[in-house]
Write a protein that binds this ligand. Sequence first.
Ligand SMILES: [Zn+2]
Length: 160
Amino acid sequence: MVFKRRDILKYLVILVIIVSCVTLTNKTIDKKLLIKETVIEFQELFPEVNVLNARIDVSDYTTTVQEPTGKTRLAHGICFYSDKRIIIGKRFLETGNIYQIKKVIFHELGHCYLGLRHPQEDKFEYTIMNIILDTALTDGSNWGYLKGELRLRYIRKKHK
Ligand SMILES: [Zn+2]
C-alpha cells in the first residue's frame, strides 16, 4: 500500500481531531467530577442541609457583579433563590484553578442553602462569602480555614 502525501495529511487531520476530542472530554469529566466532589464536601460540612440533589448548571451567561472597588465584572457563579438553582460560568470553569472553583461553588451553595449574604462592602472579611476570588489560595493551604469560617458564619447567623 502506497501512501500519497494527501493521504498522510488526511490521516494526520483525523488523528488531531481524535486527540482533541479525547482531551476535551477528559477536561469536561474532570470539572464535572470536581463539582460533584465539592457538593459532597459541602454536604459533609453542613449535614443539616440537603445539597446532594442541588442543581448546578454550567452555562455562558452575562450577569455582572459590582466589586468593592466599584468596578463591575462578570459573575463566576449565581444563585437563584427562588428555586435554589446555581449557575457556574462556563469560561470560569475552564480557566479557574481548583480552589477558585471550589470557592465559587461553596459561595453559591452558601447563598442558596445557608441564606448567607456578602459581607459589607466597606469592610474586608476573609471569607468564602466575599466576592474576591483570590481569597482561596491556589495551593489550597487556607481552604480548611475558609471552610471553618463558613461553618462559624452559619452558626452565628442561626443563633442571631
Ligand atoms: Zn455572591
